[in-house]
Design a protein around this ligand. Structure first.
Ligand code: PHE
Length: 445
């Protein structure tokens, strides 16, 4: 057997894990959900969930991964015995389904890179940007083709392996995205009437909270941190014992929520400056940003750079999703990395086609009253991932706690940022109870 692949450096790992966490979830999904769910309260709930339950589960995943040196199915078996394997399969399957619709949106970002270069976004106004977006997603061919290109790129990076592909890409492009985001925020908050957007985004209006708000914020916290399906178990499995796990988890949570926070500042300043509807749904980012670029000197270049970096952020997340089932086939069935990546990449592509078509020609077809894309999104983020998180935290808190506590103390003398006890209590009681309560409340609301 080969030695297990490893990250090359500590920053490399943190950037790769942050690369998994930071993606469309932060820049596309977070702002539109916050817009639909009342702005400030959604932001507050999201941050609370990230820094309580979310970070605890993230830490549990990284620790389980490093202790077991395996992907979720193998990790649950190695640490908890055969009875727990199902929890791992669950994660492998969830990663698969999430990727199928994630890649469709990833394809849209590629389409926008092309639009920026061909001048299709030049001088865009909010109205014209809306038409461009609607025309793109309803087209029967183009978004499917871009989804194909996006999956091909994802597969290619996974093929190149952990350090060469995933780490190298993240290290270069994550910081660039962050800087560009700061520049754009600077532009957006100085637009006339941006203040109304800041008020919407930063003021707490508790009357807007419903069961739906709370489950949306919780599932967004999990989605955004990439927890609940074993992606972080898999990344942790490539981690060296010399690295501090709690510090890594803290960094990932800070970078991830920081990017989401900035994206919200950017989008809502602009939404109100241009008189758009904050509750416009999944098109929000794709309509708002071109409208800002349309008003900036050198807007075309900014548009190109931004969508390129967004596409890359999406890619580094997609890679972590594909890595879960790929590592599973490699570890458990002895399939080569190459074959596993090619096979699974192709299947995910096929699986994503109905999601893409559901926004156009197949819009009449529904599952439980939702279009295919909405159904995939809701089923994975509101059911599979929270459920996966419950299993994971019960497992960490009750079944393998002593083993994980030992792992967490490594490297020797590591000063643990969050006291171990608190973490144990969150995993044993608080996390599972809160998730079950929130899922139940959303069912009845
Ligand atoms: N966290 C990623 C994002 O915000 C999506 C993701 C979810 C990646 C789950 C891996 C696992 O875009």
């Amino acid at each position: 057997m080969h030695a297990r692949e490893q990250w090359k450096s500590r920053t490399g790992f943190i950037l790769a894990a942050a690369g998994s966490a930071v993606g469309l979830g932060n820049i596309w999904r977070f702002p539109y959900l916050a817009g639909e769910h009342g702005g400030g309260v959604f932001l507050a709930l999201y941050l609370i969930f990230v820094f309580t339950i979310g970070i605890s589960i993230l830490l549990a995943e990284l620790t389980i991964g490093r202790a077991a040196k395996r992907q979720p199915a193998g990790a649950f078996r190695a640490l908890g015995g055969g009875r727990w394997v199902a929890a791992g399969y669950f994660g492998v399957a969830a990663a698969f389904f999430v990727l199928s619709f994630y890649s469709v949106v990833g394809g849209w970002t590629l389409a926008y890179v092309v639009k920026a270069t061909t001048g299709a976004l030049d001088g865009a106004t909010a109205g014209s940007a809306g038409q461009v977006f609607n025309a793109l997603i309803a087209d029967p061919l183009k978004p499917v083709a871009y989804h194909g290109v996006f999956m091909a790129l994802t597969t290619f990076i996974v093929l190149r392996g952990v350090a060469g592909g995933i780490e190298a890409t993240s290290k270069l492009l994550m910081p660039a995205l962050f800087i560009l985001l700061l520049v754009l925020v600077g532009r957006a908050v100085t637009l006339p009437n941006a203040g109304a957007g800041l008020a919407f985004y930063l003021q707490l209006d508790f009357e807007k909270v419903t069961g739906g708000t709370v489950i949306a914020a919780l599932s967004q916290a999990f989605f955004s941190l990439s927890v609940g399906l074993g992606a972080m178990i898999t990344y942790g499995s490539y981690l060296d014992v010399r690295e501090s796990l709690p510090k890594s988890a803290a960094w990932v949570a800070i970078i991830d929520s920081g990017v989401a926070f900035l994206a919200g500042l950017l989008i809502f300043s602009a939404v109100f400056a241009f008189g758009l509807d904050p509750a416009a749904g999944p098109g929000l980012t794709f309509v708002t940003l071109p409208a800002i670029f349309g008003q900036m000197p050198g807007g075309t270049i900014f548009a190109f750079a931004f969508f390129l970096l967004l596409a890359v952020a999406a890619l580094t997340s997609a890679v972590s999703l594909l890595e879960v089932p790929v590592a599973y086939l490699m570890d458990e069935h002895g399939v080569s990395r190459r074959r596993a990546a090619l096979l699974l990449g192709a299947i995910v592509f096929l699986l994503g086609i109905p999601s893409s078509l559901s926004l156009g020609v197949w819009s009449d077809f529904t599952l439980f009253g939702l279009g295919v894309m909405d159904f995939m999104d809701s089923a994975t983020t509101k059911i599979l991932m929270p459920f996966g998180s419950i299993l994971l935290s019960l497992f960490a808190g009750w079944v393998v706690y002593p083993r994980l506590a030992r792992e967490l103390m490594q490297p020797a003398g590591d000063r643990i940022a969050i006291p171990l006890r608190v973490w144990g209590i969150v995993c044993k009681f608080l996390g599972p109870a809160a998730i079950i309560w929130i899922m139940a409340a959303s069912l009845f609301s």
